[in-house]
Design a protein around this ligand. Structure first.
Ligand code: C5P
Length: 236
């Protein structure tokens, strides 16, 4: 499991690196790592931290009992990420042991991902798919626009899916996709790199709770989800 967590989160306003922004007093990344570690299909989590924030991330994980004081714990590794998400994933891939043959990539910015979704994506890859993404139907009508702000089309909404993470891959498929990627036009997700190579990407049912935290309102929603989980006895 690779967790790109090197984004600065500028859309959330100034402050800590995005992955360390708290939700209910606990950094987003800690929520995400707990969820991923609870998935039965995950044996190793490699986190790509901001290049100048590896120590800060290690400290935060240690504070919440996920790493020892010396920055170690079997099953969890922090490496330096890069300038783009694509670069951060590529750097984390270098830290994977040789015997890993299925790789999932999960954004730290989706801290409330249910473990069941992680296991579902992993199972779909293990049952033979090259690449698997979770998707949910879109609620809004989506339009394409040109640079002048003029609408150029309205795709049929029933054919659209909002794609989440974790995205799952056979390791050699993900490695080949990154090796062929254009560093000057970085992709916003890993499946996009597989598509660019002509690979087949399968969609499985996503989960609304795997939403991405981008704006301040998303933090409010995340706290509400945690409050509901707590009220129903599901701890996070
Ligand atoms: O910017 P965006 O919301 O698409 O970021 C998705 C994920 O990629 C986040 O978890 C972010 O931390 C990560 N990222 C990264 N390295 C970068 C930029 C973003 O790991 N240079």
């Amino acid at each position: 499991m690779i967790v790109p967590a090197a984004g600065r989160g500028e859309r959330l306003g100034p402050g800590l690196p995005k992955a360390l922004r708290p939700i209910n007093g606990v950094p987003m990344l800690v929520h995400a790592v707990r969820a991923l570690s609870a998935a039965t299909s995950v044996s190793l989590v490699v986190i790509a931290a901001p290049e100048d924030g590896v120590d800060e991330v290690q400290r935060a994980l240690a504070e919440h009992g996920l790493l020892d004081g010396d920055g170690e714990r079997a099953g969890l590794l922090v490496v330096a990420g890069g300038d783009t998400r694509q670069d951060s994933v590529a750097r984390a891939m270098l830290a994977l042991p040789d015997d890993v043959d299925v790789v999932l990539v999960h954004d730290a910015a989706r801290p409330l991902v249910p473990s069941s979704l992680v296991d579902a994506v992993s199972a779909a890859v293990r049952s033979g798919a090259d690449a698997v993404v979770p998707g949910i139907p879109v609620a809004d009508t989506i339009k394409t626009v040109d640079e002048g702000g003029r609408v150029t089309g309205t795709p049929d909404r029933s054919m659209l899916r909002a794609i989440q993470t974790p995205q799952g891959f056979r390791r050699e498929v993900l490695a080949a996709a990154h090796a062929a990627a254009d560093p000057t036009a970085p992709a916003t997700d890993d499946a996009g790199l597989v598509e660019a190579l002509g690979g087949t990407v399968h969609v499985v049912a996503g989960d609304e709770e795997a939403f991405k935290i981008t704006r301040l309102l998303d933090l409010v929603l995340a706290e509400a989800v945690l409050a509901r989980r707590r009220a129903s006895g599901v701890l996070s």
